[in-house]
Design a protein. Sequence first.
Length: 79
Amino acid sequence: MIELDIATAVALYLCLTVITLLLLWLFLDRETKPRQYASEKKSIWQCEVCTFTYIDNQHDIISKCPQCGSFNKRKGNAL
């Protein structure tokens, strides 16, 4: 039979517990993929006056340029 004093037994138990938790953390962290948040439909606009390109997700037909303040109308059939 193997004889262990109490200090060695506690140290061995703590080391095995820490190693097990570390391995579980590494394995489970690798399995999870970065979350991709679904956002609203975004539209890319280009101002007809200052040619500034910006993204606007609140307007479908007319959008206001954040740089010069002019209103832009969507071109084409896209909504």
